[in-house]
Design a protein around this ligand. Structure first.
Ligand code: DX5
Ligand code: ZN
Length: 218
């Protein structure tokens, strides 16, 4: 299972040092949480762009960009220059099927594409797009801030999604995001996730390498 480290809670004055420590801990991705102050009330776009620019000069570990924004194309244009490995937008930010398909194709010009669904969005709503996208980012907390507790009902959603992917011979990956730690990573792995986004648990840990290894074991 891959570990994607959310840098949302990284302290700006310690950012470079923290990024180096995360690289030494062999995380698989840096998870870039972009918030526009409209889709969610916080606005992190400016600092996440600074961090993304820094990271491209520091490390080869790929960027996993999570757009919690209304105007998806605007932020794809801003972050595409950082050559992310994947750009994920929220299904709830699109006004209908045609716009979802349009955004999938727009992102594919630059990177792999993911669709994220909030805790209250039905997992069935993403089924028709699965053959077209690289991963589904299942929010295990309400998007908008770090340090929240995982919502237990979202684990059932992951199991349902995994079953559908297997029954339909799809290779779409499942990424879970929010409130993930050593207390619930095993259950998430058994539910079928391929990538775990970990923020607070990792950033606040004393030993990054130990924590990443424990998380990866599940
Ligand atoms: C929340 C973000 C998550 C969050 C993860 O809106 O999408 O990536 O930062 O952080 P923790 O692990 O602290 O929930
Ligand atoms: Zn995220």
């Amino acid at each position: 299972m891959d570990i994607s480290a959310s840098i949302l809670s990284v302290k700006e004055e310690e950012a470079i040092h923290t990024f180096y420590r995360l690289e030494l801990a062999h995380i698989d991705y840096f998870h870039i949480d972009v918030m526009d102050g409209k889709f969610v009330k916080n606005n992190t776009a400016e600092i996440m762009k600074i961090y993304s620019d820094n990271l491209k000069n520091i490390t080869n570990i790929p960027l996993d960009v999570h757009l919690m924004v209304q105007d998806v194309k605007r932020y794809v244009d801003i972050f595409s220059s950082n050559e992310p490995k994947c750009i994920t937008f929220h299904l709830e930010a699109a006004k209908g099927k045609q716009e979802v398909l349009d955004l999938i194709n727009y992102i594919k010009q630059y990177s792999k594409v993911g669709i994220s669904i909030k805790p209250n969005t039905n997992v069935e709503d993403v089924y028709e797009y699965l053959p077209l996208i690289h991963n589904v980012l299942v929010m295990t907390v309400e998007p908008g801030k770090g340090g929240q507790a995982l919502i237990p009902e979202t684990i059932e959603k992951i199991k349902t999604l995994k079953k559908y992917i297997e029954e339909n011979n799809l290779d779409t990956e499942i990424e879970a995001d929010g409130g993930i730690g050593l207390d619930n990573i095993k259950e998430l792995k058994e539910a079928g996730i391929d990538i775990a986004v970990v923020g607070t648990t990792l950033i606040n840990a004393k030993d990054y390498k130990y924590t990443v290894n424990k998380l990866r074991e599940g």
